[in-house]
Design a protein around this ligand. Structure first.
Ligand code: ZN
Ligand code: FE
Ligand code: FE
Ligand code: ZN
Length: 268
């Protein structure tokens, strides 16, 4: 029985809403039998400080030092990548580029958490959903995800159906949106992730859903795995289910990154 040994999505307390030291994440990863992890904390927000959501720009050196410290300390036990999860904010591409080029990150996860100024995945603001046309929210979301891929800023698209997080479901079929999105990912050489954090949210399923994942597979979109851990014990969580999902969708391998390049394929 194979297991997934690579977790490419986890956070640190610098973002203001994750708990535990990087060392605790690393120790849990080792306990889970992982061979490689990547820290991908929330990059500084490009429109100005966003305490409790993203680290501040002046914390980036601390972030890099912190991860580099555990990387050295545990180098004989586990490989550790330094990455970021950066928000995609249209119109701020150059500011985003400046942040992600400030260091030679192993990979950048690009995530859509905002539609306009609305943080649609904010648990403190679920009430805002009640004023929305859910079909339109889904279309706007996928359109932004495609734009984020087109921006060329990112290596991996984060949780590529996050819009379902609180269980709001469209009444119209979104298959065409997903196919267009898959075509965009293929053209722009994006990878995606199976992100298990959705299992810990109201929607209670991984990102992306099986039907979407099959479409991405048909378009040969490379795959990574991420727990999106915000606490040490979440590292590698539910990776058995993630492996099942990947195989059900027809995936036979996942990819890994080094210093901004997709360097290897690992058999599932
Ligand atoms: Zn977070
Ligand atoms: Fe995210
Ligand atoms: Fe995350
Ligand atoms: Zn995330």
């Amino acid at each position: 029985m194979s297991i997934i040994k690579y977790d490419y999505h986890m956070h640190t307390p610098l973002c203001g809403h994750a708990e535990g030291t990087p060392e605790e994440y690393v120790q849990h990863a080792i306990k889970m039998g992982l061979t490689e992890i990547g820290f991908s904390d929330h990059a500084p927000f490009v429109k100005g400080p966003l305490p409790g959501v993203c680290m501040n720009e002046d914390q980036l050196p601390t972030y890099i030092d912190m991860i580099d410290d555990v990387r050295k300390k545990y180098k004989d036990q586990i490989s550790i990548k330094i990455a970021l999860e950066a928000d995609y904010i249209p119109g701020y591409e150059e500011n985003t580029l400046a942040i992600i080029q400030s260091f030679n990150y192993d990979y950048i996860i690009g995530s859509v958490h905002f539609i306009g100024d609305w943080a649609f995945d904010d648990p403190g603001d679920v009430a805002s959903w009640s004023n929305q046309d859910i079909n339109q929210v889904y279309r706007d979301y996928y359109s932004l995800v495609r734009q984020s891929a087109e921006s060329g800023l990112f290596d991996i698209i984060g949780h590529c159906d996050l819009v379902k997080k609180f269980g709001h479901r469209p009444t119209e079929d979104m298959t065409e949106e997903i196919i267009k999105t898959a075509e965009t990912f293929a053209r722009t050489s994006m990878a995606i992730e199976i992100n298990t954090a959705g299992l810990r949210k109201k929607v209670n399923e991984m990102y992306p859903a099986i039907d979407a994942l099959r479409i991405y597979r048909e378009h040969n979109i490379p795959l990574t795995f991420g727990s999106d851990a915000h606490q040490p014990h979440e590292v590698g969580q539910d990776f058995n289910q993630a492996l099942d999902l990947a195989k059900k969708a027809g995936y036979t391998e996942h990819v890994i990154f080094n210093q901004g390049l997709m360097t290897d394929k690992i058999k599932l």
